[in-house]
Design a protein around this ligand. Structure first.
Ligand code: SAH
Ligand code: SF4
Ligand code: F3S
Length: 469
């Protein structure tokens, strides 16, 4: 591996100092200092927040879900669309009063949005109540930065680009005790013309396979049942190294670990999803029969402008191959409407692809201009056109998803139980191996256990049935 491995222990000097600080706080006040964290964005960010929560717990802080009582408030931010950034800006405003009431609170903003130079500059100049700002690549220096922000009361902005580094052995405080994220790689090299991620998360860095395997083994030993391998494009796993590992081999090795658990992964880029990968999904019984394969647009002209490096036909033949070797396959995808220059004809191609493929779920996005990306300089589609297309696409997909889910009526599915439905104690909810939501009348079963459900009803977002107990 040519990436530099940095260990959490390299921060020991600051970790010890912060432990000393939290110990004196406890001796003085009889309770631990508290932290509040909140995540915007994707699973990669959720996973990073779990590491931040792990480090803070390791250093003697206690998690709180009440922002007002926290000694440290941290927001992990997303830059993928303007809407995500607007939510962060609103949150920044809402913290002014909290800092005024309690000047000793440490306010941190981290994650992808902070890695955008315009954003960190603006925060530095205009929002003096923010104490610490760092990008996703600086997560390994969190103890040092936090210590400096607390002890020197100096404002810290750590947003350097650190391609080629991977931090290992960070303690993780996982939000669930049966579902876990495991990053297999960081960064992205693809530069799709609309996307900010490669600019903020840096180049692809693959974690060594041994560290991933031992992390999964220990998760399985501790009772984890559903493990999602994460990367912006897992199919390029180890392309950045000289080793003979690839993602299919990693999946096979993980699947051979003993235990009753499921493996998922996201995201696969269609340009390098191989038959070998699809065969691996088909053959390994612990690998979920679910592919999240973002197609983004059904028009070859738009795909080329997006720099996606595959055609509509290549996508369709890949999916047809996957359907042929994995009969119970569940397919989901991401799609963007209103990409610059998209015509009604291009959009019709997207609709016809959705009609043809039978996706169980679609994450549909309205194109959002990201400054600094090539698509920002292309001719934009008017807002009302984008919204009108978006509504038509959602309507079609709702219909397709209902049709897809109806296939489960009369079948028995294996479900990993998540617990009660939100605001409804009389119903429980869980997920199939294809990630389909299954709801059923409550019974005496714990979250994190597997159970079988006879499905008798289907809607576009979930299926319903009765548990076999
Ligand atoms: N690496 C993943 C996607 C990460 S971003 C992949 O390539 O599949 C998640 C999704 O956000 C993308 O698939 C895309 O559909 C959407 N997205 C990214 N940039 C966007 C933008 N500027 N406007 C609208 N949607 C965008
Ligand atoms: Fe963005 Fe494309 Fe990379 Fe996905 S593969 S993160 S869409 S640049
Ligand atoms: Fe994820 Fe948003 Fe960053 S989608 S990678 S948190 S820009």
């Amino acid at each position: 591996m040519k990436n530099d491995l940095i260990l959490y222990a390299s921060q020991n000097e600051y970790i010890d100092k912060l432990r000393g600080f939290t110990y004196s706080y406890f001796s003085e006040k009889g309770c631990k200092p508290k932290f509040f964290t909140f995540t915007f964005g994707c699973q990669q960010n959720e996973s990073d927040t779990e590491k931040i929560n792990g480090m803070l717990s390791d250093m003697g802080y206690e998690q709180t879900y009440c922002r007002e009582e926290a000694d440290i408030i941290l927001y992990n931010t997303c830059a993928v669309r303007d809407h995500a950034e607007q939510r962060v800006m609103g949150t920044i405003g809402s913290l002014v009063g909290i800092k005024r009431e309690n000047p000793s609170v440490i306010i941190c903003f981290c994650g992808c949005m902070m890695q955008r130079p315009e954003v960190s500059e603006e925060l530095k100049k205009k929002y003096k109540h923010i104490d610490l700002v760092f990008g996703p690549q600086a997560i390994g220096r969190f103890p040092e930065n936090l210590y400096k922000a607390i002890s020197d009361r100096e404002r810290i902005f750590d947003v350097k680009n650190e391609d080629g580094t991977i931090v290992e052995e960070i303690p993780v405080k996982r939000a669930s005790d049966y579902k876990a994220w495991v990053s297999v790689m960081y960064g992205c090299n693809n530069f799709c013309s609309y996307c900010i991620v490669p600019y903020v998360r840096g180049r692809e860095r693959s974690r060594p396979p041994e560290t991933i395997l031992s992390e999964v083994e220990s998760l399985v030993d501790s009772g984890y049942k559903d493990i999602t391998l994460l990367g912006q494009n897992v199919n390029s796993y180890c392309n950045d190294s000289d080793s003979d590992w690839n993602f299919a081999k990693l999946l096979r090795e993980i699947s051979s670990i003993d235990g009753d658990f499921r493996i998922r992964f996201m995201t696969s880029h269609p340009k390098d999803a191989t038959k070998e990968l699809i065969n691996t999904v088909a053959e390994c019984n612990k690998v979920c029969k679910h592919l999240h394969l973002p197609f983004q647009s059904g028009s070859d002209r738009i795909l080329s402008l997006m720099n996606r490096k595959y055609t509509r036909d290549k996508y369709i033949s890949l999916v047809n191959y996957a359907k042929s070797v994995i009969p119970d396959l569940v397919l989901t995808s991401d799609v963007i409407v209103g990409f610059p220059t998209e015509t009604e004809e291009d959009f019709q191609q997207t609709l016809s692809l959705v009609n043809e493929i039978d996706f169980q779920g679609l994450y549909t996005f309205i194109y959002s201009v990201r400054n600094g990306t090539p698509a920002a300089k292309m001719e934009q589609v008017e807002d009302f056109v984008k919204h009108e297309r978006f509504n038509r696409l959602c309507e079609l997909q709702n219909h397709k998803a209902t049709e897809f889910n109806k296939r489960y009526i009369g079948k028995t599915v294996k479900v990993l139980v998540d617990g009660h439905m939100a605001n409804n104690d009389s119903m429980m909810t869980g997920r199939t191996d294809g990630n389909v939501i299954v709801n059923f009348p409550s019974c005496n079963v714990d979250p994190g256990s597997f159970l079988f459900v006879n499905v008798d009803r289907a809607l576009n977002w979930a299926v319903f049935g009765n548990a076999i107990i």
